[in-house]
Design a protein around this ligand. Structure first.
Ligand code: ADP
Ligand code: GLC
Length: 484
């Protein structure tokens, strides 16, 4: 079977968050099962220089979009015999400093940019020598693909049209644009209605994916249930309830090629569950790197994140401020960027407690590995979390996760109260300072019980979140939609 994945981010070529990690790891894991896999994604600025393996092809095309005829060209890389990556080259749209925007602002023409990507995906689906049987779309940027495929099928009698699957990575981002953007899709106006992309008098790309795909998935079983409620459904819970039978949750995995502390080139010393000594070396090196006192006796907490309401960033600042004011002996390292007020709040915290708090504002993948390796505990108090990858990386790197019990955090961390023998972390439920504080105090108590701490850490480091297992679930889904 041949599957085409469509995504706006692909690690290591482009990344703003977990979407990039997920699609890249899924594609390789699927190819590893013997499937033929293609991925289509934009060619953003600098990618051909940083990845010389990407080669231009002579495959060019043009779409009328509004008043303009917009030209595109595919570039291609084949990392393994079963895996082909197609990069959409349209300099006007993608040769820019940012992926979605700059200086905290989205690009004004994001509708056009991702309609272009979606239409390019259709070209591949129609004209690749081996047409894909499944077109697997990820997040709002590719949400229009199922409609484009359905329209092409009805319009032109495209008998080999692929089945479409839409994966929700985050329901809070829907790609909502003025009605005028519909003209850029090349679709007739009568295809814009309440059962397709029309939502509150706007074009909603995510809704298009949800209404027109054959199957819908999201990235954890718990989030698949949560989004059926008004609290988490972002206004689309009614529609999701209607499609209940087509909706499933498949937890993301960890890409072991990138995230293995025993062979991670970013770390000063390797370590494993069976031979953890190198973790102390990583912790000391991290304390030095961050300008914190090098002290093995102090528990080091960490967080690596987009700084935004979803991630509970403000809750971290408030709770730590309270604990540090009360004189608790701990250290905290932050790596993140996002809302200015939150960036400043972390900077202020580190100025107030320079020996206990280090805040690195920015995006730094290598440092994120060193932080996971050096930290003792990892804070993830997300208000909602479709899957979350950093708690998985933390488990594998021996940084015990402290998480709010929601979405993928609920599905991937085991609290001692759930199962003491298999416990891997600490969970709390309310999104409040009191609840996070209590969870951190539990961690501080655990810190004083080395045998118990080792037990929990070892459980986490040996828990199996490999992509091989998860990819098999996607293969089963692909096979089932093809049988329908
Ligand atoms: P989300 O996609 O919602 O941001 P995830 O936990 O799924 O959350 O994935 C976030 C990914 O982005 C992880 O790989 C994480 O390490 C990475 N990341 C987030 N912020 C930074 C940062 N400031 N520097 C480096 N990597 C980061
Ligand atoms: C989204 C979600 C995150 C998830 C990631 C990859 O960005 O916010 O929870 O892990 O997608 O699926």
């Amino acid at each position: 079977m041949h599957v085409l994945l469509a995504t706006s981010e692909l690690n290591p070529y482009s990344k703003t968050g977990g979407l990039a990690d997920m699609v890249s790891a899924l594609a390789r894991a699927l190819a590893g099962t013997g499937l033929r896999v293609s991925v289509v994604t934009p060619l953003y600025r600098g990618m051909t220089e940083s990845h010389p393996g990407i080669e231009p092809t002579s495959w060019r095309w043009a779409f009328p979009m509004g008043e303009n005829l917009v030209e595109g060209r595919f570039h291609c890389q084949k990392p393994s015999p079963n895996l082909t990556l197609w990069f959409v080259d349209q300099a006007g749209f993608f040769d820019r400093p940012g992926v979605y925007g700059e200086g905290g602002r989205d690009y004004a023409d994001n509708a056009a940019r991702f309609i272009f990507l979606s239409r390019a995906a259709l070209i591949l689906a129609r004209h690749l020598p081996e047409p894909p049987k499944v077109l697997h779309c990820h997040d709002w940027q590719t949400g229009l693909i199922p409609i484009l495929a359905r329209h092409a099928q009805l319009q032109t009698g495209w008998t080999q049209a692929p089945r479409t699957i839409f994966t929700i990575h985050n329901l809070a981002f829907q790609g909502s644009f003025p009605i005028s953007s519909w003209g850029l899709t090349g679709l007739p106006s009568d295809w814009l209605h309440l059962e397709s992309a029309l939502h509150f008098e706007r074009v909603n790309f995510l809704k298009a994916g949800l209404t027109q795909s054959q199957a819908i998935t999201t990235v954890s079983p718990t989030y698949a249930q949560e989004i059926l409620t008004p609290e988490y459904g972002c206004g689309l819970e009614g529609l999701l309830l209607k499609r209940y039978n087509d909706l499933s949750g498949i937890l993301n995995g960890v890409d072991h090629e990138e995230w293995s502390p025993g062979s991670d080139p970013a770390l000063p010393a390797p370590f494993t569950a069976e031979d953890p000594a190198g973790k102390a070396v990583c912790k000391a090196a991290l304390q030095r790197e961050l300008g914190l006192p090098e002290n093995p006796a102090l528990p080091l907490f960490a967080n690596i994140s987009r700084l935004t309401d979803q991630k509970g960033s403000a809750l971290i600042v408030q709770t730590l401020r309270g604990l540090l004011d009360a004189g608790e002996a701990l250290q905290f390292a932050l790596l993140g960027s996002g809302e200015r007020s939150l960036e400043n709040a972390f900077r202020d915290l580190s100025k107030r407690f320079p020996d206990q708090v280090a805040a690195r504002i920015g995006f730094d993948p290598a440092l994120s590995h060193r932080i996971e390796a050096g930290a003792d505990f990892y804070l993830m108090p997300s208000r909602f979390e479709p899957c979350g990858l950093n708690q998985l990386y933390s488990l594998r790197y021996g940084a015990i996760p402290i998480v709010r019990a929601t979405g993928g955090l609920q599905d991937s961390v085991i609290d001692p109260r759930e199962n003491a023998a298999q416990a891997t972390g600490i969970k709390f439920i309310p999104s409040t300072e009191a609840a996070l504080k209590k969870a951190i105090l539990k961690a501080l108590a655990l810190w004083k019980e080395p045998a118990w701490l080792q037990h929990i850490r070892h459980n986490g480091m040996t828990a199996d979140f490999s992509w091989e297992k998860q990819a098999a679930e996607y293969v089963a889904l692909y096979e089932s939609v093809c049988r329908e």
